[in-house]
Each structure stands twice: as C-alpha cells, then as structure tokens.
Design a protein around this ligand. Structure first.
Ligand SMILES: NC(=O)c1ccc[n+]([C@@H]2O[C@H](COP(=O)([O-])OP(=O)(O)OC[C@H]3O[C@@H](n4cnc5c(N)ncnc54)[C@H](OP(=O)(O)O)[C@@H]3O)[C@@H](O)[C@H]2O)c1
Length: 269
C-alpha cells in the first residue's frame, strides 16, 4: 500500500452506466460515499453522475472497457490521479447469451468468460491487497440465482455466475477476520436491459419468474454488504428459486432449466 494520508475513500462501481450497477451507485452516494462510475459509455456515465451531483453527491466518471488487458491498472491510475482509493469495489459489469453453445458464436460466448470471470477477478485481485492492509472496505460481486445450477442454453452465463459465487464465498471466508468483506449478491431476474440483450426475456423461465426492481436489489446489496453478509439473495422469489435448485436432484433441475430456456432454433440432440 502506498503512503496515502491524502487519499480519500471511494466506492468504485463497474457497470454503473445502467441497471443494477447504476442503482448501487445511487444507494452508496445517498449513504454519503464518493462514487466512481465505470463502464464503456461515457455519455450514460455522465448522465448518472449529473443525477447524483444534483443531490450534492460527489461522483467521478471513468469510461473504460474492462475487456482491455490493462483495465485494472488504468482504473488504479485514474483513482490516484484524483487522490482517491478503492474502499469498496462493486463488480456489476456482466452479460449473458441465451442459445445453444453449439450455435452461438464462440467469440461472443468467450467474451462472457473475459468479462464476467476474468475482469471481475482481475479487479478484485488488484484492489484486495490494499483493502487488507487498511483493514477496511471490501467487494460486492454480482452473482445470480443462476450460480446455483448449470444452465442449459445459457451454459457459459450460468457457469460464469457459478465462478463468481464460488470465488466470492471463498474470499469471504479467507478475509472476514481482516475487516474486509466480500459479499456475493444473487438475484433472480431483474428488470434491466440485461434481459433483452441476453435474449433471456424470451425464455419461458424468465417469463414465469417475477422481475425484481433494480433499486430494491441495490438496497439489499448495500445493506447486506454493510452487515458483512457472505451471500445476499434479494426477494422471496429468488430465495424460492435457490431453494428449489438446492432441494431437487440435478437429474431433475437440469432438464427443467433446459426446457424452460430452449429456443426452437436451438440444436437439441
Ligand atoms: N438483470 C438480471 O436479470 C440479472 C440477474 C442476476 C444477476 N445479474 C447480474 O448483475 C450484473 C448487472 O446486470 P444488469 O442487469 O445491471 O445488466 P445491464 O443493465 O446490461 O448493465 C450491464 C453493465 O455492464 C457494463 N458493461 C458491459 N460490458 C462492459 C465492458 N466490456 N466494460 C465495462 N463495462 C461493461 C454496461 O455498460 P456499458 O455498456 O456502457 O459498457 C452496463 O453498465 C451482471 O453481472 C448480471 O449478470 C443480472
């Protein structure tokens, strides 16, 4: 950790231009935090910052593609240029794709590994050592109820969320006596652009499950993190979905999830 008496703590939210990340940035700012908003679209980030600044909150904007090799280093440099340090990291950037793994373009699927897994792990590992040295702060990682089961026809997305939960829960256990908290948030479907962009909104599974409000998910995430919780599953419907995946054998859950997510043009051997 560098000598940092003049640095101020910030909540760094990646994926803050819309959806759950934007909502968590709002909750953190209302709680008095200085927030750093990170995503690719500078225009959207500037609009989010302007909204927060109206309420007299301090918000910085950093346009960054997390798929770039040196993204963590560039974010670190941005923070020190602005005399800030990452007190809390919120990993909310992510995407999914619905369809058969044999049909979807391989590069688009591998992008899920690059963003949901590699970028999330890289950012976490970048900021964790200084958090531990300070004995404060932590990480909020966006998992999903999808982290509790394999997901045929969204295979890489579900697998990526399995990684996020496993990684986060392991870090929680490693670090919870250091004063640093790692919280995994695992919501069911949330009413954001994610559902259209991934194609999940057209799957029967996502049609039957009620959609959570992103502000509600953000409140649960922030409250859960501050209460030093390992896992936050917002809402009754998400808790029920988790319970079902835990109670039923995989031999039943796998074909059920597959049937509810399949599209007619998918290859179904
Ligand atoms: N919505 C749901 O139903 C749901 C349920 C459970 C879990 N989750 C998880 O919650 C997280 C947030 O989802 P959401 O619903 O808020 O999705 P969203 O509305 O699609 O927002 C995704 C965010 O990620 C950013 N992003 C995407 N690619 C990026 C890149 N290469 N570099 C930097 N930023 C990037 C986007 O900004 P730019 O496009 O401007 O870069 C945007 O701010 C995701 O990890 C998702 O898997 C979502």
């Amino acid at each position: 950790m560098s000598d940092e008496p003049s640095l101020r703590p910030a909540v760094v939210v990646v994926g803050a231009s819309r959806g759950i990340g934007k909502a968590i940035a709002g909750v953190a700012a209302r709680d008095g935090a200085t927030v750093v908003l990170v995503a690719r679209s500078e225009e959207h980030l500037a609009a989010v910052a302007a909204e927060l600044q109206k309420g007299d909150r301090e918000a910085f904007v950093f346009a960054l593609d997390l798929m770039e090799e040196d993204a963590s280093r560039r974010l670190e440099a941005f923070l020190s240029e602005n005399s800030l340090f990452c007190d809390v990291l919120v990993n909310s950037a992510g995407y999914g794709l619905r369809g058969s793994a044999a049909v979807l373009p391989a590069d688009d699927q591998l992008g899920i590994v690059d963003l949901n897994i590699r970028a999330l792990a890289a950012l976490t590992l970048c900021f964790l050592p200084d958090m531990v040295a300070r004995g404060r702060g932590g990480v909020i990682n966006l998992g999903s109820v999808a982290s509790f089961t394999p997901g045929p026809f969204m295979a890489l997305y579900y697998a990526s969320k399995g990684f996020v939960r496993s990684f986060s829960e392991a870090l929680y256990e490693e670090l919870h006596r250091t004063g640093v908290t790692v919280t995994c948030v695992a919501p069911g479907p949330v009413a954001t652009e994610f559902l259209q962009r991934s194609g999940a909104n057209r799957a029967a599974l996502f049609k039957v499950l009620p959609k959570l409000d992103s502000d509600y998910v953000a409140e649960c995430a922030w409250r859960g993190f501050k209460a030093r919780r390992r896992l936050v599953v917002p809402g009754l419907s998400s808790k029920l979905a988790v319970l079902i995946t835990r109670l039923l054998p995989s031999a039943l859950v796998l074909p059920l999830v597959g049937r509810l997510q399949r599209r007619s043009k998918d290859i179904c051997p």
